[in-house]
Design a protein around this ligand. Sequence first.
Ligand code: DX5
Ligand code: ZN
Length: 222
Amino acid sequence: MKQPLVIAPSILSADFARLGQDTRAALDAGADWVHFDVMDNHYVPNLTIGPLVCKALRDFGITAPIDVHLMIEPVDRIIPEFAEAGASIISIHPETTRHLDRSLSLIRECGCQAGIVFNPATPLEALEWVIDKIDLVLLMSVNPGFGGQKFIPSAIPKLRQARRIIDDSELEIRLEIDGGVKPDNAAEIIAAGADTLVAGSAIFGAQDYAAVIRALRGERPT
Ligand code: DX5
Ligand code: ZN
């Protein structure tokens, strides 16, 4: 069953010199989660932030769920560090660990919710075998590595496929989409089955965060 819509701004597009304030501004503007993109210049061609920054946001007073998207390999060493730093959800790409089942179990053992991420050209195959070990499925609608890329349309039928698998499982699993999400494609994305929208450049690139968040939810401008 589909859960209430969650908007998760990707802080990759936030102002890093004022990260705490900018993150708080997005939450005050109506966002639900903080999407936290971790890149290692190895699995993806970009380098971003680690557990230290996650902890800094917690120390700054951010209490919303922090949705950590790991684009690094390997993952097992860093998972406990992120749990310790205040992560709520930790998602991993299957190809970044030799033992997916073990890594997903480790996330839950550390007290976080576990997510599995599929790149645009990666089939949903592994999902069937770990569905009892996850709380979230994240579909990439761009190739991971950068904010501000264009939405890849094949993510729409893939969302429908993932929605069917999740519904058939009767488990409480969120379906999140990440990459190129904007007010003008959000309705189609939600109709295809997504219940959690990541948006980086669409929110942080705008003057009025609240207006974009309302538009992503399909609410009319006030
Ligand atoms: C890409 C990241 C995304 C990215 C989304 O690798 O996983 O979270 O920040 O940015 P937009 O919304 O600008 O496509
Ligand atoms: Zn992401």
